[in-house]
Design a protein around this ligand. Structure first.
Ligand SMILES: *Cc1c(COP(=O)(O)O)cnc(C)c1O
Length: 385
């Protein structure tokens, strides 16, 4: 039996939703997107949401809106997906990496405090794998730096909470991804959620070239309206064709979370007492359970991947430490010793198949292969070292 790493669970009813948009004159951003934005703002309890065509383009739009660019620094965790740091490079600023907490693998307030300089303009905490960073602590760490924006990377955490609060409540902006494998998806997409009316107004411009009025608004009441461009923007608006896939998922995401939790706990029980490590849980957090990463001895990570893949199991890596990837190493001269927690997690981690539609038989198959072909070899190495 082959078990894929991921399989989406959008059924045939989504085709008729797309067909409805095909019946409208404009296929790009118009009425559907506005309705979804209202639904998102309500879900997060935050006044503003702007849909974008990816987390990445949304983050560029936010950084442009905040005026972050040359000579500025942005603090990002070393353990994350490359996009969290790449967006900083894309606007010409410098990503300043900080190591993560060894237990939770999340960015810490102490790490941020130590990395702040007069050039810092933003901090991008990442709610890695679905657990939220300590947003109140991070806010406190920036209490005397009103010039530093707090931008949450919520690509893994749509439905997660910490101390009863979801993303978006203590930051300048929270950015989500609706990429194919994320907990809410439309293939490609994302949203920027913010409490700040001023930032929202600017993002509406920077997500669409910097134009002063959106394409759909140019013909209000059949009359052409001139637009101006006062600042540089990118092209990050989400077409209605994709936005139409989101409402049913947003409506049901909270009631579907226990399903993910159950899958995670089945893996956790099967791995208890073996040399396989998993990230520690954050007290007071509801885990969004985006991925199920495990950690083995780095000397055996790649052979474990091969064993799983050859058994037809779609395991992958989330993630190798970002500062020592070739681009960042060449550009800034980072070495593995600079971010030891991120480095050692990155060298030993791999992610198991994990998605709501995985069948019990599929998950049992993954566990069987781990028990029969992976764990005995890990134990052998344990005895050698
Ligand atoms: C997926 C992901 C992104 C990028 O999202 P896109 O919508 O593909 O641009 C950013 N950060 C993290 C942590 C991610 O996992």
């Amino acid at each position: 039996m082959n078990v894929p790493f991921y399989r989406h669970s959008l059924d045939a009813s989504y085709a008729s939703r797309v067909a409805k948009v095909l019946d409208t004159p404009f296929l790009t951003s118009a009425g559907v997107g506005k309705e979804v934005e209202a639904q998102l703002a309500q879900f997060f309890g935050v006044p503003h949401a702007a849909l974008v065509n990816s987390w990445t383009n949304g983050a560029v739009a936010v950084l442009l809106a905040l005026g972050v660019g040359r000579d500025h620094e942005v603090i990002v965790p070393a353990m994350t997906f490359i996009a969290s740091a790449n967006v900083v490079e894309l606007v010409g600023a410098r990503p300043v990496f900080v190591d993560v907490d060894p237990k939770t693998l999340l960015m810490t307030s102490d790490g941020v405090r130590a990395a702040l300089t007069p050039a810092t303009r933003a901090v991008i905490p990442v709610h890695l794998y679905g657990q939220m960073c300590d947003m109140l602590g991070l806010r406190r760490a920036l209490a005397d730096r009103p010039d530093v924006a707090l931008i949450e990377d919520c690509a893994h955490c749509f439905e997660g909470t910490r101390d009863g609060e979801g993303p978006g409540l203590h930051s300048d902006a929270a950015i989500f991804s609706f990429y194919a494998t994320k907990n809410v998806t439309c293939g490609e997409g994302g949203t920027i959620v913010t409490r700040r009316a001023d930032l929202h107004e600017l993002v509406l411009q920077t997500r669409l070239h910097g134009m002063s009025a959106g394409a759909a608004d140019r013909f209000r009441n059949q009359l052409y309206r001139h637009w101006d461009m006062a600042r540089l923007g990118t092209k990050a608006n989400l077409p209605d064709l994709l936005a139409i896939l989101l409402p049913p998922q947003i409506e049901t995401i909270r009631e579907r979370l226990p399903q993910r939790e159950e899958l995670a706990q089945r893996y956790e029980q099967a791995l208890a007492g073996t040399p396989i490590r998993i990230p520690g849980s954050v007290p007071g957090a509801v885990h969004a359970r985006h991925l199920f990463p495990i950690h083995v001895d780095p000397r055996q990570r790649d052979e474990t991947l091969v064993t799983l893949n050859q058994a037809g199991i779609g395991a992958t890596v989330n993630y190798n430490s970002v500062p020592t990837l070739t681009y960042y190493r060449n550009r800034y001269g980072y070495t593995p010793a600079d971010f030891p927690v991120s480095q050692s997690w990155g060298e030993g981690t791999l992610s198991l198949p994990f998605f709501p539609g995985i069948t019990t038989a599929e998950q049992e198959r993954v566990i069987d292969v781990l028990r029969e072909a992976v764990i005995p070899r890990l134990q052998t190495l344990d005895q050698r070292s």
